[in-house]
Design a protein around this ligand. Structure first.
Ligand code: PGA
Ligand code: ZN
Length: 424
C-alpha cells in the first residue's frame, strides 16, 4: 500500500532540471525514479511541464511539476495497492484530466508511475525485470550504441542524428558491450588520425564535422574493422535520421539540398545496398504518413523501419501506423506517453501486430536504469541508450550486465534474430 509520495528537482545529463520521485510503501519499502527529457521531441508527445520562470534554469525549472507530485498526486494515491499498476496509472490519467498530461505534467506523472512499479517490485522482493516480465523474461537486448552524434544532439554539420553499431554476432550481452566499447575506442583513433574532432555529443557519441552521411558510415566501417570485427556479421549498423528536425513546408533540407520523401527513400535504398544497415528510425517526418507507407513498402522487407516521432509510444498513433503499414517497428520511450501502463500497452499492440520494439533512452538522461529492466521484461530484443561511454548512458548497459548475470543459464542474447533483414 502506498503510504507517501515525495519529489524533488534534480539535474539531468545536459545540466537541465528534471523530476525525481520517491515512493514509500507501508511495509517500509522505498523506491525512487527519475524522468528523462528529449531534445528532438515529437510534436505529439505527452507534455513535459516546465516552470517558464526565466530567472531559474533559463525557464526550464520543474518546481511546479514537483509541487504537483507533493500536493496533488501524492495525497490522491495514498492507500492504493502499488501492485495495481494499471489502476494507479488510470488514477493519474484521470486526476490530470487532459489528453496530453499537460495539467499535472507528464514528467510529474511518469516519475510517480515508475517509482510505484519499482516500489511494488521491491515489496515483492523481485528484480524489476522479473516483476514486470514474469517468469519467462530472459531475452537480453542487442545494445544499439550511438557512436556518432549529429542533428539536434551535436553542433556538427551532420544531418542524421544517430549512427549506431549493433553487435549482433556476439554470444552474450556482455560480449556485445565489449565489442561496442572496443569499436568506440577504435573510432576515436580513426577520427584522430584524420584530424577530426573527438568531442562528444549529448548521447556520448563523437561529434565530428563531416560532409555527409556516407562519410560517417565509412568512418564507422573502418573503426569496426580496425577493432578486429567483421562488418555485417559481427557488427551491423543502424541510423536514427530524426527527419522531423530538418523537415518544413518546403520539404526535407538534407545535406545542403531540399529533397522529397521519394528522394530520401531511394537514398536510403542505396545505403541499405552499400552498408549492413539493420534499422532506420524516423527516416521521414512525424506527419508524412503517406511517405512512410511508401518507404516501408519499398524497404520494410529488408530493414527495420522504426517510428519514434511518428508514433510517440502512443497506442492510437501506433494503431494508425499498423493499419497503414507505415513502419515495422516501434521506438519505446516511457516519457513520450507518460505512464508505465500505456507504455506496456503500446509494446503489446506492436508485438501482437508483428512489429518489433526498441526500448529507448532520451538525449537528456539520469542515473535511473528502469529502461534496462523494461527491455528484458517485454522481450524487446533491442535497446538504444547511447554510446558505451558517459555514466548516464552506461548505467543502463551496466544494469543489463547485472540482469544477464542474474539470469545466468536462462539468459539468451537476442543477436541477429532481433532484426528482420537477418532472419529472412
Ligand atoms: P531525443 O532523441 O531524446 O532528443 O528526442 C532521441 C531520439 O530521437 O531517438
Ligand atoms: Zn529518434
Amino acid at each position: 500500500t502506498i503510504e507517501a509520495v515525495g519529489a524533488r528537482e534534480i539535474l539531468d545529463s545536459r545540466g537541465n532540471p528534471t523530476v525525481e520521485v520517491e515512493v514509500l510503501l507501508d511495509e517500509g519499502t522505498f523506491a525512487r525514479a527519475a524522468v528523462p527529457s528529449g531534445a528532438s521531441t515529437g510534436a505529439f508527445e505527452a507534455s513535459e511541464r516546465r516552470d517558464g520562470d526565466a530567472g531559474r534554469y533559463l525557464g526550464k525549472g520543474v518546481e511546479q511539476a514537483v509541487e504537483a507530485v507533493i500536493e496533488e498526486i501524492g495525497p490522491a494515491l495514498v492507500g492504493f495497492d502499488a501492485h495495481e499498476q494499471r489502476l494507479v496509472d488510470q488514477a493519474l490519467i484521470d486526476l490530470d484530466g487532459t489528453p496530453n498530461k499537460s495539467r499535472l505534467g507528464a514528467n510529474a506523472i511518469l516519475g510517480v508511475s515508475l517509482a510505484v512499479a519499482k516500489g511494488a517490485a521491491a515489496a515483492a522482493d523481485l528484480p524489476l525485470f522479473r516483476y514486470l516480465g514474469g517468469p519467462n523474461a530472459h531475452l537480453l537486448p542487442v545494445p544499439m550504441m550511438n557512436i556518432i552524434n549529429g542533428g539536434a544532439h551535436a553542433d556538427s554539420g551532420v544531418d542524421v542524428q544517430e549512427f549506431m553499431i549493433a553487435p549482433i554476432g556476439a554470444a552474450s550481452f556482455r560480449e556485445a558491450l565489449r565489442w561496442g566499447a572496443e569499436t568506440y575506442h577504435a573510432l576515436k583513433s580513426v577520427l584522430k588520425s584524420r584530424g577530426l574532432a573527438t568531442g562528444l555529443g549529448d548521447e556520448g557519441g563523437f561529434a565530428p564535422d563531416l560532409p555527409s552521411t556516407k562519410d560517417a558510415l565509412d568512418l564507422i566501417a573502418e573503426a569496426v574493422e580496425k577493432a578486429g570485427f567483421s562488418l555485417g556479421s559481427d557488427i551491423a549498423l543502424a541510423l536514427d535520421v530524426a527527419a522531423t528536425e530538418f523537415h518544413s513546408e518546403e520539404g526535407y533540407r538534407f545535406e545542403g539540398e531540399t529533397r522529397t520523401a521519394e528522394w530520401l527513400t531511394s537514398f536510403y535504398e542505396g545505403l541499405v545496398g552499400d552498408y549492413p544497415l539493420v534499422s532506420i528510425e524516423d527516416p521521414l517526418s512525424e506527419d508524412d504518413w503517406e511517405g512512410w507507407t511508401n518507404l516501408n513498402s519499398a524497404l520494410g522487407s529488408r530493414v527495420q523501419i522504426v517510428g519514434d516521432d511518428l508514433f510517440v509510444t502512443n497506442p492510437e498513433r501506433l494503431q494508425r501506423g499498423i493499419d497503414s503499414r507505415a513502419a515495422n517497428a516501434l521506438l519505446v520511450k516511457v516519457n513520450q506517453i507518460g505512464t508505465l501502463t500505456e507504455t506496456l500497452d503500446a509494446v503489446e499492440l506492436a508485438h501482437r501486430n508483428g512489429f518489433r520494439s526498441m526500448m529507448s533512452h532520451r538525449s537528456g538522461e539520469t542515473e535511473d536504469t528502469t529502461i534496462a529492466d523494461l527491455a528484458v521484461a517485454v522481450g524487446s530484443g533491442q535497446i538504444k541508450t547511447g554510446a558505451p561511454a558517459r555514466s548516464e548512458r552506461v548505467a543502463k548497459y551496466n544494469q543489463l550486465l547485472r540482469i544477464e548475470e542474474e539470469l545466468d543459464e536462462a539468459a539468451r542474447y537476442a543477436g541477429p534474430s532481433a532484426f528482420p533483414r537477418l532472419t529472412r
